[in-house]
Design a binder for this molecule. Sequence first.
Ligand SMILES: Cc1cc2nc3c(=O)[nH]c(=O)nc-3n(C[C@H](O)[C@H](O)[C@H](O)COP(=O)(O)O)c2cc1C
Length: 314
Amino acid sequence: MLIPGLKSIVRAFYSVEDKRLERTVFGIKFPNPVGLAAGLDKDAKLFDELGILGFGFIEIGTLTPKPQPGNDKPRMFRLPVDSGLINRMGFNNQGAVAAVERLKRRKTKVIVGGNIGKNKVTPNEEATSDYESCFETLFPHVDYFVVNVSSPNTPNLRELQDKAPLTALLSRLKELNAAKPVQKPILLKIAPDLTDSQLDDIIEIVKSTKIDGVVATNTTISRAGLKTEESRVKEIGMGGLSGKPLTKRSTEVIRYLHEKSGGSFPIIGVGGIHTAEDALEKLAAGASLIQLYTGFVYEGPALIKRINTALLSK
Ligand SMILES: Cc1cc2nc3c(=O)[nH]c(=O)nc-3n(C[C@H](O)[C@H](O)[C@H](O)COP(=O)(O)O)c2cc1C
């Protein structure tokens, strides 16, 4: 896909390669702690190229067992005044099997996480089998898994964050994982809209199911504190809000989980990282790795380099 020779020029321009940036987290050695969050490379079409831009890891997905079109367009809206985005994509993707065909043609050694979900038509009572299917299909081809139960754009999905269904789901995936000759890390991605007592449940579930960590956070359903005209926000309607309006809340969630759990599991911090300072704040709050989505859309790939350079000059 890339023009020959361009790869090394792009890599030299954007990526910062330095041993001091390496992090070993849940048993994987990351070349640097700045990753791409789920949702941008849903179908595993661009992970090699995105790795060349300097990301330390790429999360593909959310993938579902069957392909599905997602919600009607328009389904993504820019809030430039707020440096935010509202999206209601609804897990548009070509399915886990199609992603595997592309993963098999991996051209670089970039670390790839597989973010998995359920199809819209699958009722919550049968959700486990969708996650199982994605897990088994992707297992040989990804380096770690993220169980996404926190998207606001699949009806009732976030109810799977409740203690009983979540414990059952994660326990089942742990069982499947244990049956493999070599296990892969399993993380849980949570919403920023959980209350403290729900976060306490999450800590308990991570400990009891012995999963490997948490990705905090997904987009928010809150619209508090936006500078964008209320009428415009109303007109846009449903969806998850990301970017700058989320920075503070996602850091709060990271700090709460880290402090309350005594740092007993790794956290990937994501939500409104638009500057190197935002990234350092997430790491200081207890994140071991961070991810970008909206900040990458607004700031471009130079943001990855700015963060890594700031880490080196700390
Ligand atoms: C357009 C769009 C699509 C997204 N799709 C997914 C997805 O499929 N799965 C997922 O776990 N998160 C998805 N996310 C959430 C991001 O991975 C991230 O958690 C969230 O946007 C907060 O980070 P940010 O403020 O840096 O964007 C999506 C976000 C956006 C903006």
